[in-house]
Design a protein around this ligand. Structure first.
Ligand code: NSS
Length: 430
């Protein structure tokens, strides 16, 4: 059994054994109150001298935070205990006496300090709540796509070429040659659709983001579905359904964690299809009216996305960006070839982009032309061009950033808490 099952009320009055770590301890009137965590939850345990004997009682009195212990005892319902249950300990085993100077014992620490001790910080209730939500988000993505007949196809990490622009490529030496860490598995998914129809990849992706912002990592995880015979509109529909599924799943399975985080869930409960949609041109208009200095043709930055997202209660699609502001592979809009059939999905409450997606160019000549216009090395894309030579079809897909999604769902101020060990421009430790 584990602590979360006890807190669910399944073991009231029963004998239990818990293997975990000591979080906190105080003694009142000859009774020691231990706060114990086991990775699934936190519970209070009481120790009395006459129950456990002098030796154990005295040893526990001297026990430092983070010591690992095994306790056995009886579960009692007790309204005063945090979580409503406590364990009356009958025996206790000390697995390891932790050293006294636990670096995070003091309550208040600066973020840099906490990040230096990320390997210990992830034990804290707030961090475990966030990381459990993260695990649920990932599971929801996979269940959703598996349930809709998508095949998981893993994309490589070492790649010969850029997907999302050459300025954020990480170059790595590769046996006398050079390779790049992948920015996105998309191009490989475009190959895989001709083998399976509907596919997705899920994995780490890398961008040499030189700016320090609260929403950029250099290593982040992305889920990237891709569909053959799928045009722009159908792609948006899938995104709405998937994001709704993820949010509902977290509300259903991770309610306790959202409570730990103090997350007001009312905005999340409003997430239902259809999402609002505005064109890039409408977005520029809206921004200019609000006093932003931005011209048609420029990409939207964080403050712009934030403003737009705050005008809507649900996630909102911003679609049809200028071709020049976006990636080389996007299909031009037949109504207006200045813009492309792409959309970014902005999360509400000021969060901004969590998904980038588009219909892809499926015609060989146009794709060759774009590769040239963007100044990309054609040799590196020969394999990608082959996909337009042998059985090309209209196709679309998107990439959902896991950390951005977790950041929004948990309402975090900074993306670094949404991943176990964040990598940013000035951090690769621990
Ligand atoms: O650059 S994207 O907008 N789009 C792509 O990479 C496409 N090739 C995906 C596809 O169509 N298969 O990035 C997609 C998402 C974006 O919306 C964010 O949620 C996330 O990836 N993203 C990031 N998260 C954290 N840190 C950084 N630096 C970052 N860059 C993108």
């Amino acid at each position: 059994m584990n602590i979360s099952e006890i807190l669910d009320g399944k073991f009231a009055g029963k004998d239990v054994e818990i293997k975990g770590w000591l979080l906190n301890k105080r003694t009142i009137g000859g009774v020691q109150f231990l706060i114990v965590r086991d990775g699934t939850g936190i519970i209070q345990a009481t120790i009395r001298r006459n129950e456990v004997g002098d030796k154990i009682y005295d040893e526990v009195e001297d026990l430092a935070q983070e010591s690992s212990i095994i306790i056995r005892g009886t579960v009692k319902e007790d309204k005063r205990a945090p979580g409503g249950y406590e364990i009356k300990v009958t025996s206790l085993e000390i697995v390891h006496k932790a050293e006294r100077d636990y670096p995070l014992a003091k309550k208040e620490h600066g973020v840099d300090f906490l990040m230096d001790y990320r390997h210990l910080w992830i034990r804290s209730p707030r961090q475990t709540a966030i990381l459990r939500v993260r695990a649920e988000v990932i599971r929801a993505c996979r269940d959703f796509l598996d349930g809709r007949g998508f095949v998981l196809v893993d994309a490589p990490i070492f790649t010969p070429a850029a997907v999302e622009g050459t300025t954020t490529l990480f170059e790595v030496p590769y046996f006398g040659d050079k390779a790049y860490l992948t920015q996105s598995g998309q191009l490989y998914m475009e190959a895989a659709i001709a083998a399976f129809g509907k596919v997705y990849c899920f994995g780490p992706t890398f961008r040499a983001e030189k700016s320090k912002t609260p929403r950029h990592l250099t290593e982040f995880w992305m889920v990237e579905p891709e569909m053959a015979f799928c045009e722009f509109e159908e792609n948006l529909k899938l995104q709405e359904d998937m994001v709704t599924y993820i949010v509902k799943r977290v509300l259903e399975k991770r309610r306790r964690e959202l409570e730990t985080l103090g997350r007001d869930i009312t905005p999340l409960q409003k997430v239902e299809p259809p999402f609002d949609r505005i064109s890039y041109t409408e977005a520029i208009d809206m921004l200019q009216k609000a006093g932003f200095q931005i011209e048609w043709g420029e990409d939207l930055g964080a403050p712009h996305e934030r403003y737009i997202s705050l005008q809507f209660e649900k996630p909102v699609f911003v679609h049809r960006y200028p071709a020049k502001a976006k990636a080389f592979y996007m299909q031009p809009d037949p109504q207006n070839p200045e813009v492309v059939l792409c959309a970014d999905l902005l999360a509400p409450e000021g969060y901004g982009e969590i998904i980038g997606g588009s219909q892809r160019i499926h015609e060989l000549k146009l794709l060759e032309q774009r590769i040239e216009e963007f100044g990309l090395p054609k040799e590196a894309y020969e394999w990608y061009l082959d996909l337009r030579r042998y059985g090309t079809v209209p196709h679309s897909g998107f990439g959902l950033g896991i950390e951005r999604t977790v950041m929004w769902i948990c309402k975090l101020k900074h993306i670094r808490e949404a991943i176990p060990f964040p990598r940013t421009i000035n951090r690769v430790y621990p």
